[in-house]
Design a protein around this ligand. Structure first.
Ligand code: ZN
Length: 113
């Protein structure tokens, strides 16, 4: 594999993760998290590595890892469990982006039928 092929593969991989992240946590939050861990003078593979390893605070549970539904009674949530978007960790990584992307498309598809 020559350098040009590697560069184009890296770009493809990066934009794939970015597309997933845009659905899941938003493009701006994703790019901020990537830039925060990029080394000085990053190569294309550094960008891919950063995209794969960065974590973004989960917008669904605001970083708490807990998701509540059904309202509150006496100030306590009626139902509470691990946030499904981040798996209860409060932060999303590239695996979560991909999973939530599929989930979101499924939900949109259901809503349109
Ligand atoms: Zn969450």
């Amino acid at each position: 594999m020559n350098a040009t092929t590697t560069l184009s593969a890296d770009r493809k991989r990066f934009s794939s993760i970015q597309n997933h992240a845009a659905f899941s946590v938003g493009k701006a939050a994703f790019l901020a998290a990537v830039r925060a861990i990029l080394p000085v003078n990053p190569t294309s593979s550094d960008w891919v590595h950063a995209a794969e390893t960065c974590t973004v605070e989960c917008p669904k549970c605001h970083g708490t890892g807990l998701y509540s539904w059904g309202g509150t009674v006496n100030g306590k949530p009626v139902h509470q469990g691990d946030c499904y978007q981040c798996g209860g960790t409060g932060a999303q990584n590239s695996d979560d982006f991909a999973r939530n992307h599929v989930y979101t498309l499924h939900a949109i598809s259901n809503a349109c039928h």
